[in-house]
Design a protein around this ligand. Structure first.
Ligand code: MSS
Length: 380
């Protein structure tokens, strides 16, 4: 019998404790205790990996060479151009800390079980990207967008016979779009899209195209499987509802007009301490974690409850203001000896929050789970 390779055997430099959800394509989940052990920023050694399409030879946390890498920019622009990616090093650099989260993160909490990799909560990390703003690059080349340029469509490299990987995001995303060359102060790891990745702060993982080779401005979303029917949830386009509730277990006839892509990150919060099953000293118990949204408006609060949501206690947030990165929070609770269950939910400035029952957003591929997290623990 063949043994499943460990994460560090699949990707050079990854922590061997990452959970191998798939070998081909490579999908590695960060165990929750490891994720929680780095509450500021997620290091390259433990950051989750999700490939739909592996790029042969890019299986390492080391950087990848910029030499010979080219980037085509075209579509609905006055002046298409091709760039030597190493030229990006001489343009103004910009830095952004953001949550990188697979839209399937939390999928295994949906009931009944959905298709796709059974992520628990470890398909997420908080990382700092550095590189060149796409809009700065366009400006430096004197490129103007056509009126019908409604989407940014990015294509990954096909080198080594890789299958295509293409994603489209709304043109609004150009505001923050970054051609990332560095992550956490080091060359962007090859497995995370080095030498150059197009990242969209505030957008789910799938939109952040690794090994980007071509960027097009288009009138419509692309029609490859990663855009439709995959990576979408039932919704009424242009209506002000985040998701159209489905009867759990039912299939849905996905189309461009009855669904929307996994674009903006859904508001969410995680409890990092205490951890499930732990015994802690009482009666004062420190509860802490992180929260995030799409960065369009600030988070206003994180609340915790130890009575299933009957009453809530307001936690202290570490920052105020908009943030694409996650924000730490903490609360001190007075708890009697015995077993407890704590839940946490985040709120933002436009009143968005998390459902108490995450299953309300059940969808057959299990995307965008953001139900409140529950942790059971014992006070000694
Ligand atoms: N890119 C490319 N090129 N390919 C692939 O496959 N995937 C996606 C993104 N990008 C891909 C790409 C996904 S899907 C995700 S999550 C992400 O990526 C991840 O990242 P990392 O770095 O962590 O691996 Mo879901 O929503």
């Amino acid at each position: 019998a063949q043994q499943t390779p460990t994460a560090d055997q699949l990707v050079k430099g990854k922590d061997a404790k990452l959970i191998v959800l798939s070998q081909r394509p490579i999908v590695l989940e960060t165990p929750y205790d490891l994720l929680a052990s780095q509450p500021e920023r997620t290091s390259k050694e433990i950051l989750y990996v999700r490939n739909n399409v592996d790029l042969p030879g890019y299986n390492s946390v080391e950087g990848a060479s910029l030499e010979g890498w080219t980037l085509e920019v075209g579509g609905l622009v006055n002046k298409p151009f091709t760039l030597e990616a190493k030229e990006l090093l001489s343009l103004p650099q910009h830095e952004v800390t953001m949550v990188l989260q697979c839209s399937g993160n939390g999928r295994s909490f949906f009931q009944p079980r959905t298709s796709g990799n059974p992520w628990k909560r470890g398909g997420v990390g908080n990382v700092t990207f550095r590189g060149v703003r796409l809009k700065d690059l366009l400006e430096s080349k004197g490129v103007k967008l056509g009126e019908k340029a409604l989407f940014i469509t990015a294509h990954a490299s096909r080198q080594g016979n890789a299958a295509e990987f293409v994603r489209s995001v709304p043109i609004h995303a150009l505001e923050e779009a970054l051609l990332a060359l560095f992550m956490n102060g080091e060359p962007l790891p090859a497995v995370h899209g080095g030498p150059v990745r197009l990242v969209f702060p505030g957008y789910f993982g799938v939109n952040n195209v690794k090994w980007v080779a071509k960027i097009e401005f288009t009138e419509a979303e692309n029609t490859t499987a990663e855009q439709m029917p995959r990576y979408r949830v039932p919704a009424i386009p242009n209506a002000n509802i985040p998701i159209l509730p489905q009867e759990p277990g039912k299939t849905y006839p996905y189309s461009f007009t009855n669904s929307r892509p996994n674009w903006l990150v859904a508001i969410n919060s995680f409890i990092f301490a205490p951890q499930e099953g732990q015994t802690v000293e009482g009666p004062y118990v420190r509860v802490e974690g992180v929260a995030f949204n799409d960065g369009l408006v600030p988070l206003t609060s994180v609340e915790v409850s130890t009575n299933g949501g009957r009453t809530w206690f307001r936690a202290t947030l570490e920052g105020s203001g908009r943030s694409f990165g996650w924000v730490r929070w903490r609360a001190t609770l007075y708890l009697r000896p015995g077993e407890h269950e704590v839940i946490a939910r985040a709120w933002d400035a436009v009143g968005r929050s998390q459902p108490l029952d995450g299953n309300i957003a059940w969808n057959e591929r299990g995307y965008e789970y953001n139900g409140v997290m529950r942790v059971r623990f014992t006070v000694a």
